[in-house]
Design a protein around this ligand. Structure first.
Ligand code: F3S
Length: 393
């Protein structure tokens, strides 16, 4: 990999110890993956922010860094709502450690937004290069926006944020973005809820692994695409997908799918994920809710009271811009939390079985929260929570 004279000067320590170490990380990544150069990035999103996942060692590492980020940078969801952590049952000790992690990032110039949906916070454009970490955000950026990012580890994303560049390899290169397998969906017109696309993504991820799929036979909206990509990134390792005639790369490049393996998936087959089992709580917002999803949940809860705990997760920015929707949801007894999510917060570990409308949560909740999980449409989740349908079904 060839470094520019400015990059060489940073590597030699001319701009301080931390920037030199960060350049070392980028240089090492570039060499491993065969990059020829570093390219500028428009923004970064850094994982490794929840104290639940990084612990004391991670906190110490971030605290010893001494530099500022060079591009707009946000964090992944952390282990608690920064304002309502007591309400979530978070211990003061965990809250203190979590705040220490955030303070360490704040000193680096990171924006204090803890979100897996940074695309609602700042405008991200087609063709922009990014260094994002969280798998669903990466899938959305690459597939729905047509921006370009590899799935960065926490240190790689932070190094890119501080230097303002990333090695040019993988999904930054157009030639690496072509479809590798076709998924033909039968009965796709019956799919209308994020849960259907989450279930499809969950199934597809297990079938394609880390290959780039192109879907045929579905007409998803943006929130559906978000659910599809999040689930595929969880059950497989998909960082980019295309949907014929819908996603930007599939419209702009004339890909040939001739000769590619074709996998057929039927709606009835994916619906088998949605088994009815008794639940103790409902959690929605994985990935964190969009404004439209908050509005829909508020509408579904209007005039109703929840009978079991209901947790709705969104970003602080989206919550702050939609106070009426948040108030309407909370009037039912459901709680809206920001900065965190059902998977990274220790608050969800005390629940027996959680009902979700997300294929990603369906994949992660059992291992990450030690809880049982049930997948249902948003409407079914609200019906169960308000016992319009039998929670024990
Ligand atoms: Fe986001 Fe947490 Fe789901 S980070 S994608 S809400 S597991």
């Amino acid at each position: 990999m060839i470094l520019s004279p400015e990059d060489e000067a940073i590597l030699a320590g001319g701009e301080g110890e931390t920037r030199a170490r960060m350049m070392e990380i980028l240089f090492a990544l570039g060499k491993v993956y065969g990059a020829e150069r570093l390219i500028p990035i428009a923004s970064a999103q850094v994982s490794g922010a929840s104290y639940k996942t990084i612990g004391r060692w991670g906190l110490d590492w971030i605290q010893h860094l001494d530099a500022k980020v060079s591009v707009p940078t946000v964090l992944n969801p952390v282990g608690m709502d920064r304002l309502k952590w007591r309400d979530m049952g978070i211990s003061p000790e965990f809250a203190k450690n979590q705040e220490d992690v955030l303070e360490a990032y704040r000193k680096l110039g990171v924006i204090m937004e803890c979100t897996c949906t940074p695309y609602y916070l700042y405008i991200t454009r087609y063709g922009e290069h990014l260094a994002w970490s969280e798998s669903s955000a990466v899938a959305y950026a690459n597939s729905v926006i047509g921006a370009r990012t590899n799935r960065e580890g926490g240190p790689g994303a932070l190094a890119a944020a501080i230097i303002g560049k990333t090695p040019e390899y993988g999904l930054h290169l157009v030639k690496a973005r072509v479809p590798q397998v076709v998924i033909r969906v039968g009965g796709g017109t019956r799919m209308h809820d994020p849960a259907h696309f989450g279930a499809l993504g969950y199934r597809a991820g297990t079938l394609v692994g880390n290959r780039i799929p192109i879907f045929e036979g579905i007409r998803p909206g943006r929130d559906h695409l978000k659910a599809l990509g999040a689930a595929m990134a969880a059950s497989g390792a998909v960082a980019l997908f295309h949907v014929k005639d819908i996603t930007p790369d599939s419209r702009i490049f004339s890909y040939s799918t001739e000769g590619l393996e074709v996998i057929s998936v039927e709606f009835d087959e994916i619906e088998t994920c949605m088994k009815k089992v008794p639940v103790d709580a409902v959690a929605l917002g994985c990935p964190q809710c969009s404004p439209e999803e908050l509005t829909r949940i508020a509408e579904l809860l209007e005039g109703k009271a929840v009978r079991i705990p209901v947790f709705i997760f969104t970003s602080r920015d989206v919550a702050a811009r939609h106070p009426r929707e948040v108030a309407a949801i909370e009037a039912s007894g459901a709680r809206v939390y920001a900065d965190t999510c059902m998977v990274v917060s220790p608050a969800m570990e005390r629940i027996g079985t959680i009902m979700v409308n997300s294929g990603k949560a369906f994949a992660y909740v059992p291992d990450m929260c030690g809880a049982g999980v049930r997948l249902g449409t948003t409407e079914e989740c609200i019906d169960v929570a308000t016992q319009q349908r039998d929670a024990v079904a």
